[in-house]
Design a protein around this ligand. Structure first.
Ligand SMILES: [Mg+2]
Length: 252
C-alpha cells in the first residue's frame, strides 16, 4: 500500500450514512498515519457552513479544504486565509463589484445570505422559469464587460456566478501538483452535478456513489471510462467500495 490523494464532496457523498462514515474515516485516518495519504474535502459550502457540518458529524481534519464550489483552498496549517496562489489564478477576468452591480438590474435574482457571498462567488436564488429568461441576458452583460465567468444553476434554485477557472476539478489538480501526486494516485468522489468537474479534468480516478443524482448519472451514461466507477452502495459505503475497486485500500 502507498499514499494517495483522496478528494471527496461532503453532502450526500462522504456524509449521509453515519455508521459507514465511521468505518471509512477509520480506514482513511489509519492510511494517512501509515502512508501519508492526503485527505481533502471539496464542497459547495462556505467555510462557515463547512465547520458546522464538521462539528456535527465529527469529520476528520482534512489536509486541505476546497470550499465554495472550488473558489477557495485552505490548508490545515493556515485555515483562516485562502491560498493566495489559487486566489490570484482566479482573479483574471473577475470583478465582484461589477458583477453585483450588473445582477442588481435583474429583480428576479434574490441574494443568498452574506455567509454564502464569497470573494470569488456571487450567489442568488432564482426560480427555474425566471432563470431561463435571465441567464442569457446576464451572460451577455457579463461578456460585454470582458468578465470570464460561468453560471452554475443547481437544485432548481441556487445560482452561483463563479470565475471561469474556479471549479473543484482544477482545484484538485492544483493540490495534486502542490503535493506532487500523480493522477493515477488521485481519487475523487461525488454525487451531483457540481462534482462533474472532478470527474472530467483528467486521468484522476473517480467514484460516483450509488445514490448519485440524475444529472450526474445522465452525464456518466455518455462518459464511461475505466477511470470512473459507479458504486452500488450509497454514501461512505459507496466510497469504500470504490477505493477497494481501484486498489487504493484492501478489503479488511
Ligand atoms: Mg453533494
Amino acid at each position: 500500500m502507498s499514499s494517495f490523494l483522496f478528494i471527496t464532496d461532503l453532502d450526500h457523498t462522504f456524509v449521509g450514512d453515519d455508521s459507514a462514515l465511521e468505518i471509512l474515516q477509520q480506514q482513511l485516518s489509519e492510511h494517512r498515519r501509515q502512508h501519508g495519504t492526503k485527505i481533502v474535502y471539496a464542497t459547495g459550502r462556505s467555510p462557515t457552513l463547512y465547520r458546522q457540518l464538521q462539528a456535527e458529524k465529527a469529520l476528520l481534519e482534512p489536509n486541505a479544504l476546497i470550499s465554495s464550489v472550488g473558489t477557495e483552498i485552505y490548508f490545515t496549517e493556515n485555515d483562516e486565509i485562502p491560498d493566495l496562489e489559487w486566489s490570484e489564478w482566479l482573479s483574471s477576468g473577475w470583478n465582484r463589484e461589477v458583477i453585483v452591480t450588473l445582477a442588481a438590474d435583474f429583480p428576479a435574482l434574490i441574494s443568498q445570505p452574506d455567509s454564502e457571498q464569497r470573494p470569488f462567488k456571487v450567489s442568488y436564488v432564482i426560480s427555474p422559469t425566471d432563470y431561463e429568461t435571465v441567464a442569457p441576458q446576464l451572460q451577455a452583460r457579463l461578456q460585454a464587460q470582458n468578465l470570464t465567468t460561468r453560471l452554475i444553476y443547481s437544485g432548481s434554485q441556487d445560482l452561483d456566478i463563479l470565475p471561469v477557472n474556479g471549479n473543484k476539478g482544477l482545484a484538485m489538480q492544483f493540490l495534486a501538483k502542490r503535493w506532487q501526486i500523480e493522477p493515477h494516485r488521485t481519487v475523487a468522489c461525488g454525487d451531483s452535478g457540481n462534482d462533474i468537474d472532478l470527474f472530467q479534468v483528467g486521468a484522476e480516478r473517480g467514484i460516483l456513489v450509488g445514490n448519485a443524482k440524475p444529472e450526474l448519472l445522465a452525464w456518466y451514461q455518455t462518459n464511461h471510462s475505466p477511470h470512473l466507477y459507479l458504486a452500488k452502495a450509497y454514501y461512505a459505503a459507496g466510497i469504500l467500495e470504490g477505493l477497494i475497486h481501484f486498489g487504493f485500500i484492501t478489503k479488511e
